[in-house]
Design a protein. Structure first.
Length: 253
Protein backbone atom coordinates (compact mmCIF):
# COMPACT_ATOMS: atom_id res chain seq x y z
CA UNK A 1 0.00 0.00 0.00
CA UNK A 2 1.42 3.35 -1.01
CA UNK A 3 2.17 5.87 1.71
CA UNK A 4 -0.33 8.43 0.37
CA UNK A 5 -3.16 5.89 0.36
CA UNK A 6 -2.16 4.70 3.80
CA UNK A 7 -2.17 8.26 5.13
CA UNK A 8 -5.64 8.94 3.71
CA UNK A 9 -6.96 5.70 5.16
CA UNK A 10 -5.39 6.52 8.53
CA UNK A 11 -6.98 10.00 8.55
CA UNK A 12 -10.37 8.49 7.78
CA UNK A 13 -9.99 5.93 10.55
CA UNK A 14 -8.76 8.67 12.89
CA UNK A 15 -11.86 10.77 12.28
CA UNK A 16 -14.17 7.78 12.75
CA UNK A 17 -12.40 6.87 15.99
CA UNK A 18 -12.66 10.48 17.23
CA UNK A 19 -16.42 10.53 16.68
CA UNK A 20 -16.84 7.05 18.16
CA UNK A 21 -14.93 7.96 21.33
CA UNK A 22 -16.83 11.25 21.79
CA UNK A 23 -20.18 9.50 21.30
CA UNK A 24 -19.24 6.58 23.52
CA UNK A 25 -18.24 8.93 26.34
CA UNK A 26 -21.44 10.96 25.93
CA UNK A 27 -23.55 7.81 26.07
CA UNK A 28 -21.82 5.81 28.83
CA UNK A 29 -19.66 8.04 31.03
CA UNK A 30 -21.31 8.33 34.48
CA UNK A 31 -22.84 11.73 35.15
CA UNK A 32 -22.89 11.24 38.88
CA UNK A 33 -20.29 10.92 41.61
CA UNK A 34 -16.98 12.26 42.85
CA UNK A 35 -15.26 11.59 39.53
CA UNK A 36 -16.57 15.04 38.63
CA UNK A 37 -15.23 18.29 40.05
CA UNK A 38 -17.54 21.27 40.33
CA UNK A 39 -16.51 24.89 40.59
CA UNK A 40 -18.49 28.10 40.46
CA UNK A 41 -17.72 30.67 37.78
CA UNK A 42 -17.93 34.26 38.96
CA UNK A 43 -16.38 37.37 37.46
CA UNK A 44 -15.98 40.03 40.20
CA UNK A 45 -15.18 42.70 37.62
CA UNK A 46 -18.80 42.83 36.43
CA UNK A 47 -20.54 45.88 37.87
CA UNK A 48 -24.08 45.16 36.61
CA UNK A 49 -25.75 43.80 39.73
CA UNK A 50 -29.21 43.96 38.20
CA UNK A 51 -28.34 40.83 36.21
CA UNK A 52 -26.36 38.00 37.84
CA UNK A 53 -24.92 34.91 36.21
CA UNK A 54 -24.96 31.72 38.27
CA UNK A 55 -22.69 29.30 36.40
CA UNK A 56 -21.20 25.95 37.38
CA UNK A 57 -18.50 24.08 35.49
CA UNK A 58 -18.23 20.33 35.99
CA UNK A 59 -15.04 18.64 34.82
CA UNK A 60 -13.58 15.16 34.64
CA UNK A 61 -11.27 13.32 32.28
CA UNK A 62 -12.74 13.41 28.76
CA UNK A 63 -15.87 15.43 29.61
CA UNK A 64 -17.02 18.90 30.69
CA UNK A 65 -20.52 20.12 31.50
CA UNK A 66 -21.38 23.80 32.01
CA UNK A 67 -24.71 24.92 33.44
CA UNK A 68 -25.97 28.43 34.09
CA UNK A 69 -28.86 30.60 35.14
CA UNK A 70 -29.18 34.32 34.43
CA UNK A 71 -30.87 35.75 37.52
CA UNK A 72 -32.60 39.10 37.83
CA UNK A 73 -32.84 39.96 41.55
CA UNK A 74 -35.98 41.99 40.91
CA UNK A 75 -37.74 38.76 39.89
CA UNK A 76 -38.85 36.97 43.04
CA UNK A 77 -39.45 33.54 41.49
CA UNK A 78 -36.20 31.85 40.45
CA UNK A 79 -36.21 28.50 38.64
CA UNK A 80 -32.96 26.48 38.54
CA UNK A 81 -33.59 23.65 36.06
CA UNK A 82 -29.91 22.80 35.69
CA UNK A 83 -28.92 23.01 39.34
CA UNK A 84 -28.12 19.27 39.35
CA UNK A 85 -26.48 19.10 35.94
CA UNK A 86 -24.11 16.54 37.50
CA UNK A 87 -25.20 14.66 40.61
CA UNK A 88 -23.00 14.49 43.73
CA UNK A 89 -19.82 16.04 42.31
CA UNK A 90 -16.72 16.92 44.30
CA UNK A 91 -17.08 20.56 45.27
CA UNK A 92 -13.99 22.68 44.56
CA UNK A 93 -13.84 25.65 46.92
CA UNK A 94 -13.74 29.25 45.80
CA UNK A 95 -14.83 30.94 42.61
CA UNK A 96 -13.06 31.15 39.26
CA UNK A 97 -13.43 34.25 37.06
CA UNK A 98 -13.00 32.33 33.81
CA UNK A 99 -13.96 29.04 32.23
CA UNK A 100 -11.26 26.41 32.00
CA UNK A 101 -9.84 25.30 28.67
CA UNK A 102 -10.72 26.24 25.11
CA UNK A 103 -13.69 28.38 24.16
CA UNK A 104 -16.64 26.30 22.98
CA UNK A 105 -20.39 26.25 23.45
CA UNK A 106 -22.64 29.08 24.63
CA UNK A 107 -21.22 29.64 28.11
CA UNK A 108 -18.52 32.19 27.11
CA UNK A 109 -21.17 34.36 25.42
CA UNK A 110 -23.42 34.06 28.48
CA UNK A 111 -20.66 35.41 30.71
CA UNK A 112 -19.89 38.22 28.28
CA UNK A 113 -23.47 39.28 27.45
CA UNK A 114 -25.90 37.72 29.94
CA UNK A 115 -28.82 40.01 29.06
CA UNK A 116 -28.86 38.81 25.45
CA UNK A 117 -28.33 35.14 26.41
CA UNK A 118 -30.76 32.33 27.27
CA UNK A 119 -31.94 32.62 30.85
CA UNK A 120 -30.81 29.09 31.61
CA UNK A 121 -29.03 26.33 29.76
CA UNK A 122 -26.42 23.60 29.83
CA UNK A 123 -23.63 22.58 27.44
CA UNK A 124 -21.85 19.22 27.46
CA UNK A 125 -18.61 18.29 25.67
CA UNK A 126 -16.76 14.99 25.34
CA UNK A 127 -13.67 13.60 23.66
CA UNK A 128 -10.23 12.18 24.40
CA UNK A 129 -7.39 13.13 24.49
CA UNK A 130 -9.08 16.51 23.80
CA UNK A 131 -12.72 17.58 23.82
CA UNK A 132 -13.95 17.08 20.26
CA UNK A 133 -17.72 17.68 20.21
CA UNK A 134 -20.49 19.29 22.22
CA UNK A 135 -24.24 19.71 22.47
CA UNK A 136 -26.50 22.08 24.37
CA UNK A 137 -29.70 21.82 26.37
CA UNK A 138 -32.32 24.46 27.00
CA UNK A 139 -35.60 24.66 28.86
CA UNK A 140 -38.87 25.76 27.34
CA UNK A 141 -42.16 26.35 29.11
CA UNK A 142 -45.40 25.58 27.32
CA UNK A 143 -48.52 27.73 27.47
CA UNK A 144 -49.95 25.31 30.02
CA UNK A 145 -46.94 25.76 32.30
CA UNK A 146 -45.26 22.46 31.51
CA UNK A 147 -41.49 22.22 31.19
CA UNK A 148 -39.64 20.56 28.33
CA UNK A 149 -35.92 20.14 27.71
CA UNK A 150 -34.71 20.66 24.15
CA UNK A 151 -31.38 19.52 22.72
CA UNK A 152 -29.31 21.77 20.48
CA UNK A 153 -26.76 20.16 18.20
CA UNK A 154 -27.21 16.71 19.66
CA UNK A 155 -29.16 13.49 19.20
CA UNK A 156 -31.08 12.89 22.41
CA UNK A 157 -30.61 9.46 23.97
CA UNK A 158 -33.51 7.61 25.64
CA UNK A 159 -34.32 8.93 29.08
CA UNK A 160 -34.59 6.70 32.15
CA UNK A 161 -38.05 5.46 33.09
CA UNK A 162 -38.01 7.85 36.06
CA UNK A 163 -37.49 10.81 33.75
CA UNK A 164 -40.41 11.04 31.30
CA UNK A 165 -41.43 14.30 29.57
CA UNK A 166 -39.42 16.35 32.03
CA UNK A 167 -37.25 14.88 34.79
CA UNK A 168 -38.21 16.08 38.23
CA UNK A 169 -37.31 15.08 41.76
CA UNK A 170 -38.87 16.88 44.69
CA UNK A 171 -38.20 20.55 43.99
CA UNK A 172 -35.24 20.07 41.62
CA UNK A 173 -34.93 18.82 38.08
CA UNK A 174 -32.70 15.80 37.50
CA UNK A 175 -30.78 17.27 34.59
CA UNK A 176 -27.90 14.83 35.17
CA UNK A 177 -30.04 12.09 33.64
CA UNK A 178 -30.20 13.86 30.28
CA UNK A 179 -27.81 12.71 27.55
CA UNK A 180 -27.25 13.23 23.84
CA UNK A 181 -24.70 12.42 21.16
CA UNK A 182 -22.74 15.60 20.32
CA UNK A 183 -22.96 16.88 16.75
CA UNK A 184 -21.28 20.26 17.10
CA UNK A 185 -17.50 20.17 16.61
CA UNK A 186 -14.83 21.72 18.80
CA UNK A 187 -12.44 22.27 15.93
CA UNK A 188 -9.17 22.36 17.85
CA UNK A 189 -9.98 19.20 19.80
CA UNK A 190 -11.37 17.48 16.70
CA UNK A 191 -8.08 18.10 14.87
CA UNK A 192 -5.99 16.91 17.83
CA UNK A 193 -8.00 13.73 18.34
CA UNK A 194 -8.15 12.93 14.63
CA UNK A 195 -4.36 13.34 14.35
CA UNK A 196 -3.83 11.19 17.44
CA UNK A 197 -6.01 8.30 16.26
CA UNK A 198 -4.74 8.66 12.69
CA UNK A 199 -1.19 8.21 14.00
CA UNK A 200 -2.21 5.13 15.94
CA UNK A 201 -3.99 3.75 12.86
CA UNK A 202 -0.98 4.50 10.63
CA UNK A 203 1.42 2.68 12.94
CA UNK A 204 -0.95 -0.28 13.22
CA UNK A 205 -1.47 -0.55 9.47
CA UNK A 206 2.24 -0.19 8.76
CA UNK A 207 3.07 -2.78 11.37
CA UNK A 208 0.47 -5.19 10.02
CA UNK A 209 1.78 -4.75 6.47
CA UNK A 210 5.38 -5.32 7.60
CA UNK A 211 4.39 -8.46 9.51
CA UNK A 212 2.53 -9.78 6.47
CA UNK A 213 5.51 -9.17 4.19
CA UNK A 214 7.87 -10.87 6.65
CA UNK A 215 5.54 -13.88 6.90
CA UNK A 216 5.34 -14.23 3.12
CA UNK A 217 9.10 -13.81 2.76
CA UNK A 218 9.74 -16.66 5.21
CA UNK A 219 7.45 -18.90 3.15
CA UNK A 220 9.21 -17.94 -0.11
CA UNK A 221 6.19 -16.09 -1.45
CA UNK A 222 5.90 -12.74 -3.17
CA UNK A 223 5.59 -10.01 -0.56
CA UNK A 224 3.04 -8.18 -2.74
CA UNK A 225 0.69 -10.86 -4.13
CA UNK A 226 1.70 -14.00 -2.13
CA UNK A 227 2.59 -15.94 -5.30
CA UNK A 228 4.70 -19.03 -4.55
CA UNK A 229 8.30 -18.28 -5.60
CA UNK A 230 9.72 -21.70 -4.77
CA UNK A 231 12.22 -22.85 -7.40
CA UNK A 232 12.87 -19.46 -8.97
CA UNK A 233 16.41 -18.23 -9.45
CA UNK A 234 17.68 -15.83 -6.76
CA UNK A 235 16.95 -12.25 -7.75
CA UNK A 236 14.16 -13.16 -10.17
CA UNK A 237 11.06 -10.91 -10.11
CA UNK A 238 7.66 -12.32 -9.26
CA UNK A 239 6.16 -13.87 -12.42
CA UNK A 240 2.65 -13.05 -11.24
CA UNK A 241 2.83 -9.32 -10.45
CA UNK A 242 6.39 -8.36 -11.42
CA UNK A 243 7.32 -7.22 -7.94
CA UNK A 244 10.97 -6.48 -7.24
CA UNK A 245 13.36 -9.39 -6.95
CA UNK A 246 13.70 -11.26 -3.67
CA UNK A 247 16.94 -12.28 -2.03
CA UNK A 248 18.42 -15.76 -2.36
CA UNK A 249 18.02 -16.41 1.35
CA UNK A 250 14.25 -16.21 1.06
CA UNK A 251 13.77 -18.91 -1.55
CA UNK A 252 13.16 -22.59 -0.98
CA UNK A 253 14.71 -24.89 -3.57
Amino acid sequence: MRIASLLLLSLGLGFIATVAVAWGLAAWLPQKGAGWEKRQIYDPSRDDFSCLVMMSEYRRVAAVRRAWNVVYPAVHRIVLPFRDAIADPLEVGGHAPHLHGSSWGRAPAVLAEPRSSPQDGCDHATGWPALAGWYGMSRTVSSSGGTQFDFLGGVELPRPASAPGYPFLGSWYEAWKLRALPLRPIWRGLAIDTAFYAGVSFLFLRGAAAARRAHRRRRARCTRCAYDLTGLQPGAPCPECGAAAVGADTLKV
